[in-house]
Design a protein around this ligand. Sequence first.
Ligand SMILES: Cc1ncc(CN)c(N)n1
Length: 217
Amino acid sequence: MTITQDLIKNSKPHWDNYIKHEFVQKLANGTLELKNFQHYLMQDYIYLFHYSRAFALAMYKSDNFEQMEFSRQALNSILDEIQLHINYCKEFGIDEKSIHEQKESPACVAYTRYVLDCGLSGDLTQLYAAVIPCFLGYAKVADYITLNNLSVANNPYQSWIDMYSSKEYQEAANDATEFFEGLCKDLSKKQMGKIQDIFTTATRMEISFWQMGLDLS
Ligand SMILES: Cc1ncc(CN)c(N)n1
């Protein structure tokens, strides 16, 4: 069992509640109301802003150029994706002005500032423990939908599913996971306890993020 498989196992049942959340089920079967998806998408824009800050912090927390290069590439690809995200929002009837004018939801504040705090008060490995549930989790959500054939014909959210099932996203998630496992490999049992705690907390934050989409909170 890999380090990440072990972290996932120990974070159950939260991990399963994240991957199979009601928001995911509705997105897969096409019954998610547009207003819920729009709210989620708009908040995800803010989320991705702070997530980018987390990778900038990861560069600062790096011990060598190799580590710095990994986070630089991850940051570059998120920054490229932001424009795609804005275009994607437009397809779902959200204009750029309302994205910028919206208020950040409590779930988004809690999650993103938690991730940043892990990096500010901890080291690079702790910061990656907080971002891996996000990076890898969405690849697993897409796998869960596609491998179980949960998506329906003419699903309005198919492009979202396709984006996270894409070879590019899946490879990026695997690369980040491998990088994270490299950072963990010489940690003591006590240090791994802290990593588990962060990983599980970030997983619980992902559940709250889906719930925010459903509750329009
Ligand atoms: C909340 C959240 N978690 C994960 C992802 C996928 N990187 C995302 N866009 N937003």
